[in-house]
Design a protein around this ligand. Structure first.
Ligand code: SF4
Length: 382
């Protein structure tokens, strides 16, 4: 290889390394390097200048976002940790309003929501961004992306509702990334969805402040909240905290929103039987034994590729612990064919919903949500 070829080879190598590093960088890493945001740039990216809810203007031109517990103080031209809420001339702008990066029609079971309009379709939307930085994120290509580097379309709330109706969906799901960071888009769509007779479901990490959460509950019918693990797990693996998530779960129950919980079990990270037991006990004591929990199988992803997928025996162990703690509806997710995908009548023990993956093979629940013997099942059945 001559000198020129060597130089070209090294340059190509550096380019590959640069691309690799920038593609899997977290949203926080990217924000540190991001350019100053102006109204012209937002328009040039075909993003939105919609004014955000829940923020304070500060004397020096900064703003403080009040949407999630980070309460970012954002200088002019900057953006918050989530990457999508920017200070433009002293006004906080929700850049992803009406700019989804993912639009799909999913079975509601995929959310997962097992006690919510079973066998129905849910019109599912997401924008770029997330307020957490989970190193195991299964949707990191959109959650850890800046909005200007994402392929988005324009779809305003009325169009979302119209398309949901046209496609025969019974609900709209705010999902995939973290819907909290596109709060305004979710809320406005939710209002129109209710007017049109559709339900709204929020698939979330639950990291949100109380005031916006109570506002959101005005339009929410169901939620699946990730309860990721013990406090130390939150600090180490997600760069956030657990307490706000516990508060969110309590508020959702108080406000009458149907709640299910997902716990992704990661080998060597949050699979300790004692902490799983403590979590289940907290759910039983603080929320009730009728809250369904989904123990979900981890697959190596994003920055956490140094460990295997969750063994089936670990998922079964977690399910056993949850049932010992009195939880009545305990499911196993991402492992099709397991008995832990089915729903059993709490009175007779009869299998009343037989599932495989997201699909229902046999369904014995009445339209009123009752087992064949008349036992009511908790949930939203119509
Ligand atoms: S929603 Fe975004 S900008 Fe607002 S406090 Fe949370 S991370 Fe910061």
């Amino acid at each position: 290889m001559n000198r020129t070829s060597r130089k070209i080879f090294v340059l190509i190598l550096l380019l590959i390394v640069f691309l690799f590093v920038s593609v899997d960088a977290s949203i926080i890493d990217k924000i540190k390097k991001a350019i100053v945001i102006t109204a012209e740039r937002i328009q040039g990216w075909n993003l939105s200048l919609h004014e955000a809810m829940f923020y304070k203007k500060l004397a020096d031109g900064s703003v403080q976002c009040q949407l999630c517990p980070f309460k970012c103080i954002i200088p002019e031209g900057g953006r918050g940790i989530c990457g999508v809420r920017a200070n433009v001339n002293g006004t906080l702008r929700a850049m992803t309003y009406g700019k989804p990066v993912a639009v799909h029609i999913d079975p509601i079971e995929k959310k997962p929501l097992f006690h919510f309009q079973p066998q129905s379709k849910s019109f599912s939307i997401a924008t770029a961004g997330c307020n957490l930085s989970c190193i195991f994120c299964q949707n990191w290509t959109i959650s850890q992306a800046l909005p200007e580097e994402s392929q988005h379309i324009t779809m305003m709330p009325e169009q979302v509702v119209q398309q949901a109706l046209t496609s025969g969906c019974k609900s709209i799901a705010y999902t995939y990334s973290e819907p909290t960071v596109f709060f305004e888009y979710m809320y406005d769509t939710g209002v129109l969805a209710h007017q049109a007779g559709l339900k709204n479901v929020w698939i979330t990490c639950g990291y949100i402040n109380e005031e916006p959460l109570r506002k959101l509950c005005e339009v929410l019918d169901g939620a699946n909240v990730d309860l990721k693990g013990p406090t130390q797990f939150y600090q180490e693996y997600t760069k956030s905290g657990r307490e706000p998530v516990l508060r969110t779960l309590k508020i959702l129950r108080e406000e009458g929103v149907w709640v299910e919980i997902t716990n992704l079990i990661i080998p060597g990270a949050n699979d300790d039987p004692d902490s799983i037991r403590a979590m289940c006990r907290w759910i039983a004591d603080s929320l009730g034994t009728d809250v369904p929990i989904h123990f979900s199988r981890f697959h190596p992803n994003y920055k956490l590729t140094d460990r295997p997928q969750t063994p089936i025996k670990t998922l079964r162990m977690a399910r056993q612990i949850a049932m010992e703690e009195g939880l009545q509806y305990v499911y196993i997710g991402n492992a099709p064919g397991e008995e832990g995908e089915d729903t059993f009548c709490p009175t007779t023990g009869e299998k009343v919903i037989d599932r495989k993956g997201f699909w229902i093979l046999e369904y014995k629940v009445s339209p009123q949500g009752k087992c064949p013997d008349g036992t009511p099942l908790p949930g939203v059945w119509k």
